[in-house]
Write a protein that binds this ligand. Structure first.
Ligand SMILES: *Cc1c(COP(=O)(O)O)cnc(C)c1O
Length: 403
């Protein structure tokens, strides 16, 4: 989401931070999203005075209900925390003693059924967000195939919840369709939790039977770092109660509750068509500029999970362009400002440009940098580390961080 004014780097320069132009998407390692002024103002207003957190969470529940169509909701530190707390709630219900017993004693109903092809890594393993609650992962099927009978068998009396993941990170074929997944779990009395952290679709999972749907507040919504848990009132209450237990280390403060509420309100009133048109204009500008370059083939691709946005995929023929896709991505990242491209699949010979986090004036800056770098491939010094550095994240960054 673009903010109203062009970025001012003064604060970043004073801290000695790199200047980032983000054409990769919403990435935790880049600070997730930039917020609109209304969100920052709500955050600042909340910071100036005390408030009862239960009252704030009750107000947030109302906003979440209007946003998602769910009965109720609460906010937590992140979507990842939301997964852990929702699963914990499915195991404990409203029993304070059971809340306090986690993760040591999850009770007898402690398995979480999840298709193996959905067990992704979004910066950390999804399986750990389940296990943090004390639950056991019960994977079903193989990575590229899961079937009804496997889910039926997994949803036995020891099953606390069935988790369904919607993401570009998961395997997109051979999985059980959402409606079937819900029907099978519900026939056996097992609640369905949907991890839709990065989805624009804030209503259909609930409308189609999910008991809980989880979203990031800081991805497309453009809020402060936060997680939204929406769903059935009894499960929302039980998930929220985990703040008296394992949720303590995942708490959200008054400032982020206020900011996330403002971001949800803005989402409900924003002119989505106008935002889309701006994004399309940037893609058009980049595609036109890159088409003439030797060895470079740009083409638009739709979002893999059906989010209403496209990206520009830049395929690189290293023989003709003089450099690999990873080498180009790394070279763009070394510039100032650093142009961070979407390089999840860079070893396949392409990177992508995501327009949804552009600030005013940055589309042209990105175009000029792309043309400069991609037309001088032979001059770029490549190294075996390009692959890791093009990806910007991963464990290499932690190993290199030497406080
Ligand atoms: C980003 C993401 C998460 C984690 O979201 P956070 O709010 O950053 O914790 C979980 N699941 C999926 C599918 C994601 O894309």
């Amino acid at each position: 989401m673009s903010a109203d004014t062009a970025p001012d780097w003064t604060w970043h320069e004073a801290q000695g931070l790199s200047r980032i132009v983000n054409v990769s998407g919403t990435m935790t390692g880049l600070g997730a999203s930039v917020t609109r002024p209304e969100v920052a103002e709500a955050t600042a207003a909340a910071m100036a005075r005390f408030a009862r957190i239960h009252e704030m969470q009750l107000a947030a529940s109302g906003t979440i209900a209007r946003l998602t169509g769910a009965e109720a909701g609460f906010l937590t530190a992140s979507a990842s925390a939301g997964i852990t707390l929702a699963i914990a709630g499915c195991m404990t219900g409203l029993s304070p003693a059971r809340v306090e017993a986690l993760p040591r004693d999850p009770g007898l109903r402690n398995a979480v059924a999840v298709q193996l092809g959905h067990l992704c890594d979004y910066g950390a393993p999804l399986s750990q967000s389940i296990e943090l609650a004390g639950a056991r992962v019960r994977p079903l099927g193989q990575s590229t195939q899961a079937t009804d009978y496997q889910l039926e068998a997994a949803c036995d009396e020891g099953c606390a919840a069935a988790l369904y993941v919607v993401s570009h990170h998961v395997v997109h074929y051979g999985q059980i369709p959402f409606e079937r997944f819900v029907a099978i779990a519900h026939e056996r009395g097992v609640p369905v939790i949907v991890d839709a952290a990065s989805e624009y679709d804030l209503t259909s999972f609930i409308a189609r039977g999910a008991d809980i749907a989880i979203y990031s507040g800081h991805k497309f919504l453009g809020g402060p770092t936060s997680g939204i848990v929406a769903g059935r009132k009894d499960l929302v209450r039980a998930g929220y109660m985990q703040n008296a237990g394992i949720g303590r280390g995942m708490k959200i403060g008054k400032e982020s509750i206020a900011g996330a509420m403002a971001a949800m309100e803005l989402w409900m009133t924003r002119d989505h068509a106008a935002v889309r048109a701006e994004e399309e204009a940037a893609l058009e500008m980049w595609q036109t500029a890159l088409e003439p370059l030797a060895g470079i083939t740009p083409h638009r691709i739709p979002d893999p999970t059906g989010n209403p946005l496209s990206r520009l995929q830049v395929n690189v023929d290293a023989g003709l362009a003089g450099c690999t896709a990873a080498g180009f991505a790394a070279a763009l990242g070394r510039r100032d400002p650093s142009i961070v491209v979407r390089a999840h699949e860079v070893e396949l010979g392409y990177f992508q440009l995501d327009p949804c986090n552009l600030r005013p004036g940055q589309a042209a800056l990105v175009r000029d940098a792309l043309v400069e770098v991609l037309s001088e491939g032979a001059a770029i010094e490549t190294s075996p580390e390009d692959l890791a550095s093009a990806r910007q994240g991963g464990i290499e960054g932690y190993l290199a961080w030497n406080a």
